[in-house]
Design a protein around this ligand. Structure first.
Ligand SMILES: Nc1ncnc2c1ncn2[C@@H]1O[C@H](COP(=O)(O)OP(=O)(O)OP(=O)(O)O)[C@@H](O)[C@H]1O
Length: 307
């Protein structure tokens, strides 16, 4: 059973397709980074997964529970850190958490114990009685995270948790996400900043204009991306003349007298070495170009050419 699963999940707002037939599978206990540019449909997806926005089409399951059919059960096992809002500025950090705990009908002493543990976790215990409105952006984000954890959820949704944070805040949030994973939680978090997702996610989903363009581990995404478009650089001891080569390449360009880059639909390194050796060349270097996740992301989302 997956922690999160969707089948053709779709949301159309007055003719605008915000989320388009999304099929997601997120394994239990993993960190899933949901990456996409502004307006890609990340928030809408999260809101549908939480049962807060009704899908136009499709189904979503959290830990096997149908979100539309059993919204209350889903709310019990999920936590949500929104991208903005969500705190009462005139209430102390502790009171914000205690107030939130009431939605889960937690007994007061249990709520207090839990709230204090969470303030410890996010490093706000010492400012527990300070008003949330006086907090820095990083502190507010951490309080929002504590709030999302009040009901000890199995599956946690964080919408742009690093938004507005300075580099140190980003590192702290990343460490907190790792802690949550250690604790066995599934963390689904959205971001438009690739390195933040890359660092901490077990799996990544790339979304653009409501569509899931790639999903899986970073290695899987890269491997799938290079299928059919392999880039190989070859260097030979002697000046290289490629015309008349029978190894199947789709294109090539010269990097220097002894060095060329070829584009092929599969890994033709062995064929190239064999053929070039047969032609009397000594191959001094041959390597396959591994795209970075950034190249994959940019090309998938913006259709940029790889260098
Ligand atoms: N309540 C709404 N009514 C109408 N259109 C909406 C509504 N919410 C979102 N949209 C539209 O749906 C699309 C997806 O928006 P969404 O907020 O889900 O994207 P996002 O990836 O979270 O973007 P961002 O990073 O900017 O928050 C956008 O075109 C947005 O304008």
């Amino acid at each position: 059973m997956y922690a999160i699963e969707t089948e053709n999940l779709t949301k159309v707002y007055n003719g605008t397709v915000a989320v388009d037939h999304l099929n997601l599978k997120v394994k239990k206990g993993t960190v899933y980074g949901f990456l996409g540019p502004n307006g890609a449909g990340k928030t809408t997806t999260i809101l549908m997964l939480l049962g807060l926005v009704e899908p136009t089409e499709g189904t979503a399951y959290i830990a096997g529970i149908n979100v539309m059919e059993k919204p209350v059960e889903v709310k019990r096992i999920t936590g949500f850190m929104p991208a903005e809002g969500g705190l009462y500025p005139n209430m102390s950090a502790l009171d914000n958490l205690l107030y939130f705990s009431k939605f889960y009908r937690m007994p007061r002493n249990e709520a207090e114990k839990r709230a204090k543990e969470l303030l410890d976790l996010v490093g706000l215990r010492e400012v527990a009685n300070k008003k949330a409105g006086e907090f820095s952006t990083g502190m507010k984000q951490r309080l929002l995270l504590a709030q999302a954890l009040i009901n000890d959820p199995e599956v946690l949704f964080l919408d742009e948790p690093t938004n507005g944070l300075d580099p140190r805040g980003v590192i702290e949030m990343r460490e907190l996400i790792r802690e949550l994973k250690k604790d066995g939680k599934t963390v689904f978090f959205s971001s438009h900043i690739l390195p933040e997702v890359e660092e901490v996610s077990d799996e990544i989903g790339i979304i653009s204009r409501g569509k899931l363009l790639a999903s899986g581990s970073q290695e899987e995404i890269k491997r799938k991306f290079i299928e059919g478009r392999v880039v190989i650089t070859v260097e030979t001891k002697q000046p290289l003349e490629i015309s008349g080569l029978s190894t199947e390449v789709t294109d090539w360009h010269r990097e220097g007298p002894n060095r060329i880059t070829v584009y092929a639909s599969r890994d033709v390194r062995e064929d190239l070495i064999r053929e070039l050796t047969g032609m009397g060349y000594t191959v001094t270097d041959i390597h396959l170009h591994e795209p970075t996740l950034e190249e994959v992301f940019l090309e998938l989302v913006y259709g940029r050419e790889r260098e």
